[in-house]
Design a protein around this ligand. Sequence first.
Ligand SMILES: C[S@@+](CC[C@H](N)C(=O)[O-])C[C@H]1O[C@@H](n2cnc3c(N)ncnc32)[C@H](O)[C@@H]1O
Length: 235
Amino acid sequence: MKPDLSKQPEQVASMFDRVSPNYERMNNVMTLGSHVYWRAETRHALGAREGERILDVAAGTGTMSAQFAADGAHVTALDFSAGMLAEAKRRHGDNRRIEFVQGDATQLPFEDSTFDATTVSFGIRNVQEPITALKEMHRVTRPGGRILVCEFSRPVNALASRFYDSWNSYVIPTLARIASTDPEAYEYLDQSIDAWADQRTFASWLREAGYTEVKYRNLSFGIVALHRGRVPASK
Ligand SMILES: C[S@@+](CC[C@H](N)C(=O)[O-])C[C@H]1O[C@@H](n2cnc3c(N)ncnc32)[C@H](O)[C@@H]1O
């Protein structure tokens, strides 16, 4: 059963379990490789440093976790889908800088102030209660630490918007029928992107969750946005 916009956690997790073996291949197909650029920008924006403790929430198959680990950080890759975590371990299980944890973004299994930074890429849109997850990420980040969120967002001009709408409504379902073992999952992808918060709304959620210095930067004309914020020095 595919999830709907109520984003029931069991349905979301089970959809990701099903797509996990083909997730990386489908990302390449569906974004025509653009995700490589979005990920490079995310890595650069987080700026992980040697020895830092980073929490990668909704880490999926661990692609971003591995990039932060390559910058010298110790990364905790958390996800609630056993299938996605199994794929992450298959790909990066021998990386001693990455620890894999099964858990829910809205109830993080960590003490307060455990991490220097938390991050989530293409994950927060799938969380039923995103502001609760942002608050949890705030709780487990040390005072003065940072958050970085990479997510699909709202194109900033009419041309990009038309291209993006047609891509999501027509091209993705067609590609999904041809290349995916679970085409329904990609109907959810289109719907969840359509219904998602725009840049300003998401920035307001970050402030509501307690972050300061909230800023965002558009990638690919706003198809994706990188949001950042800081946990105040005294919580
Ligand atoms: C589109 S994938 C993104 C994976 C990865 N971050 C990436 O950049 O490729 C979304 C991931 O979010 C996870 N997810 C969704 N809701 C979650 C929640 N409440 N707690 C933990 N993981 C969640 C899913 O299991 C899935 O692996």
